[in-house]
Design a protein around this ligand. Sequence first.
Ligand code: G16
Length: 543
Amino acid sequence: MTATTVKTSPIEGQKPGTSGLRKKTKVFMEPHFLENFVQSIIDAIGGATGKTLILGGDGRYFNDRAAQVILRMCAANGAKKVIVGTNALLSTPAASNLIRKRDADGGFIMSASHNPGGEFEDFGLKFNGANGGPAPESVTDKIYNRSREITEYRIIETQDADLSKPGAAKMGDMEIEIVNPVTDYADLMETLFDFGAIRDLFAAGFSIRFDAMHAITGPYAREILERRLGAKPGSVVNGQPLPDFGRGHPDPNPVWAKDLMDVMMGPDAPDFGAASDGDGDRNMIVGRSIYVTPSDSLAVLAANAHHAPGYAAGLSGVARSMPTSRAADLVADKAGIGSYETPTGWKFFGNLLDAGRVTLCGEESAGTGSDHVREKDGLWAVLLWLNILAARRQSVAEIMAAHWAEYGRNYYSRHDYEAVPKDRANDLVTRMRGLLNELPGKEFAGLTVGAADDFAYTDPVDGSVSERQGLRIAFTDGSRIVMRLSGTGTEGATLRVYLERYQPANGELNLPVEDALAPVIQAAEEIAKIREYTGKDAPDVTT
Ligand code: G16
């Protein structure tokens, strides 16, 4: 078994986005595409010689084939060992945990997250470093630069490794350790949460519906919720991971997890509903007849985390991505702990977590997590909610009402305009950038602009600067519009418009969200001329 050096040349479009490289599966399957990108990663991290790496993915179409290619390339590049989940499966948070637990040098995660999967849908690959977190921009820039000058890659020609059950194998001189993808992760959860209290809650008749959306969390949720915590069998639905996610869109929000929403808003709703995405790092939380926005969920978790043993000592600080509502800041202010505003992308939380400045992080895009790993973590968020419900013995609706009565309410919604022609979307953003200086003092839909800028972030730990991270328009009454182009789509451009309006604790706390946000929505249209630029009368997805 000898390593072959294959001549290649750069392939366009290998610039990692918000979270790794995402493309149509067919593009990843084109000759040399995957190989060029994997070699670029290996070169960017200073080679694989002697390294121990983790490998796994969300099980989408091409996961199995890509895993064999990555193994053969790691072997050819001199890696000492690759630890891989059975059938090359690992949720993103489980992969992050394994990297940390096994002191690995990093890991490859095969996923396009919440994007649909299948031969004609999306595939993705990202690299996480030794802290378990997504490679920072300094590394993703190196990967991209390498992909533009690559001339060869190394690969071993050999049989596929049998990854169907836990055990050990060899590929050339490289060891392969095949591990159960669930066990280490489930064990970690037991150290953070009061499993006894949650078991008592279920034993007392508390009901849950967890929708795994035919993605990776099915086996994790069955093991943790049903087996270890005693939730009724069948509480986990759509629990069988499928290569095309059952033709669904594994994005846990009210639009794509509509089945769950319908059940939770119906007469026979269980006490608690939750869903997770393709690779298990996102979450959606729903109570009986009440949907909890990700921004509110972060705030509630921050205010109540002390109920869980892993966070009983309190939080060092809380971070949120810039477009996430400012509800969590209010909790941090009251608790007298640090709060941070970072660009969109979990990678920006890594330094804050490593430096111990924050314990909890969250994003409007349904991601919440803590310093237990370096990724957002869907099931972790569900378990923290369950721990809080077990401790407070109140319903989700009661917890939300009490939270707003204490802190006020940040009404919030995100409007997505998908598959917009790239030039039209870029024109909208360019025009807006040109307008920013003129906006302060002007009035739109009865709201006066207080400040407007293009968000730039200076990392307080390493001083690195990330510019052009989203347009912010803040109104004098505390309302806010944020606009940016998604960095995870694979078709045209997706314009995201984030809308927020604050009501203090003595204000109107129970308005329908669209009513509360109506003036902010109108102002966004007046300022950005969204209809004209996108050619769409309404957003494609509203969450
Ligand atoms: C990724 C990132 C998140 C980000 C989200 C949306 O999530 O890890 O930090 O908030 O994309 O990004 P964008 O608005 O650029 O599409 P995931 O779950 O897709 O890996």
